[in-house]
Design a protein around this ligand. Structure first.
Ligand SMILES: C[S@@+](CC[C@H](N)C(=O)[O-])C[C@H]1O[C@@H](n2cnc3c(N)ncnc32)[C@H](O)[C@@H]1O
Length: 269
């Protein structure tokens, strides 16, 4: 990883390690983990991409194994990698409890410890947002290196222009630049054009879908995450509106993709 200063890397890993011990579901998913009427039960969700048979799959930034488990359920030959030792300990415990097993490695997505052309599929959910632009680009390049020709990667990042993310960026800007809060895992939000620019020359095919079109209610800073701004009775109705926008954005009105909270980038080598 390219780091800003000597302490940065240790600080960065420490936040994940401590987060794993304190509240792994929250540090990996944020408030989504408790808003079940809106998001469904994300702790027991199927993978947001197809998994077929005996593919060799890498979960890059596997966290506590939330998605690795359902991927293994679908008979994949999967490997988990994470920069945090404590996250990997949680993954091992989670898989053991569910009677599943997979190789788990501590490593950095910008310098993957795998041979060229060795995976059919790679996925990385909610990891790139914590990396600088240069490190994000390095991850895309490393993923390209380890994918087999024709292999596919699914990389999920937050979109820049969703109202919720806009508000989050603003509050983050204020806390970092005005209140001088040090946040090594600060969030980066991606533009569609930026993703295409990074991946377009590297990959044979790139497609981006947008997901979650919700109001700016979810700013999970350390101080605000427990406050739910919209009463629960509205959550199911909001879900329907979000699904409607999602269908339009990924269908007839692609300009709406710019406003998706989450972007799923599918790249093919
Ligand atoms: C927001 S969590 C998402 C976890 C998991 N992908 C999920 O969706 O539940 C981000 C994870 O990425 C890991 N991570 C952060 N930077 C990384 C890097 N450079 N290389 C590998 N893992 C990294 C963190 O330790 C953490 O477990």
């Amino acid at each position: 990883m390219i780091v800003r200063d000597n302490d940065f890397f240790n600080e960065y890993v420490r936040v994940w390690d401590e987060g794993a011990l304190k509240d792994a579901p929250f540090i990996t998913l944020g408030i989504e983990v408790i808003l079940k009427d809106f998001y469904g039960d994300l702790l027991d969700a199927p993978p947001p991409f197809p998994v077929t048979g005996k593919e060799r799959i890498l979960d890059l930034g596997c966290g506590w194994g939330r998605v690795l488990k359902p991927v293994l359920d679908r008979n994949a030959d999967a490997v988990g990698l994470d920069i945090s030792h404590n996250m990997l300990t949680l993954t091992r415990q989670h898989l053991d409890k569910q009677g599943r097993n997979a190789p788990l490695l501590q490593g950095d997505g910008t310098r993957l410890p795998f041979k060229d052309n060795s995976f059919d599929k790679v996925y990385s959910l909610l990891v790139l947002q914590h990396l600088s632009k240069a490190n994000g680009k390095a991850v895309f390049s490393e993923v390209h290196r380890i994918l087999k020709p024709g292999g596919v990667a699914y990389i999920r990042v937050p979109g820049r222009f969703a109202p919720e993310n806009f508000l989050f960026s603003f509050l983050q800007f204020v806390s970092i630049h005005l209140f001088r809060v040090k946040d090594p895992i600060r969030m980066r939000f991606y533009r569609l054009g930026e993703i295409k620019k990074i991946t377009g020359k590297m990959y044979k095919e790139v497609s981006i879908t947008a997901h979650e079109f919700r109001p700016p209610w979810n700013f999970h800073t350390r101080w605000t995450w427990q406050y739910i701004l919209i009463p629960r009775s509205f959550h199911r109705r909001l879900r329907k509106i979000s699904d409607w926008f999602e269908a339009k954005a990924n269908g007839r009105f692609p300009f709406l993709k710019h406003f998706g909270v989450v972007l799923m980038v599918k790249v093919t080598k």
